[in-house]
Ligand binder design. Sequence first.
Ligand code: R1P
Ligand code: URA
Length: 245
Amino acid sequence: MSTHIGAQPGDVAPVVLMPGDPLRAKWIAETFLDDPHCYSVVRGMYGYTGTWRGERVSIQGSGMGQPSASIYLHELFSEYDVDTVIRVGSCGGLSEKLKLRDLVLASGACTDSSMNRIRFDGWDYAPVADFGLLSAAYDASVRVAEEARETGQEPGVHVGLLFSSDSFYHPKPEVTARMVEHGVLAVEMEASAFYTLAARFGRRALTICTVADHVVTGEETTAEERQQTFSHMVEIALRAGLSQP
Ligand SMILES: O=P(O)(O)O[C@H]1O[C@H](CO)[C@@H](O)[C@H]1O
Ligand SMILES: O=c1cc[nH]c(=O)[nH]1
């Protein structure tokens, strides 16, 4: 096992979906996977491996914020030879283009975190998604949205920038406002670390988020609505990560 993941080498599949919330990892594994096996309960940050449409896939909680996510990403890449990570998260809508329950496929991530400023000695770095994964997720989102149209639950899909903030309760709302003026769609807390560390290890990463609340309008989804739309996000992530139509 690694320092924070209680798995043996080989227990973790090459493709890993990563929600921040460990209970969402459990829900995804138990809802979507065949024969899910829990390989780690260290710190309650559950990790599962099972199969989806016959292919092995893992689900690993990442915790909240870039320091926590970076620990799990580092160990998955360096000790379990993971090739592909897809964050399946919640985000707060910032742009007026976004409605509750819409999906954001993050082409890139801005951040107020000091982690990359330390890594790059104060210089700027542009954390971006793996283009193949982004493109596959976009194609999958078109199909998932079409299927959802029949039930009247079709999510809007947006491709663009996230703001990966270190602060859920931001002490300077004007920073978030300036991000919006520069085209940022939504705020969450991890995507920048996913893209930076995947690049550093030569692996593939994508972040998909569901709009769980709207920071500007104050609207919030109910728990039931979140579950329904998280299903769309998970379906898209599985299809894109496993290259299935
Ligand atoms: O729903 P998850 O994936 O945890 O993502 C969002 O929710 C948490 C804050 O409530 C942060 O981790 C943020 O990025
Ligand atoms: O980081 C996050 C996640 C969801 N909603 C927010 O407002 N912020």
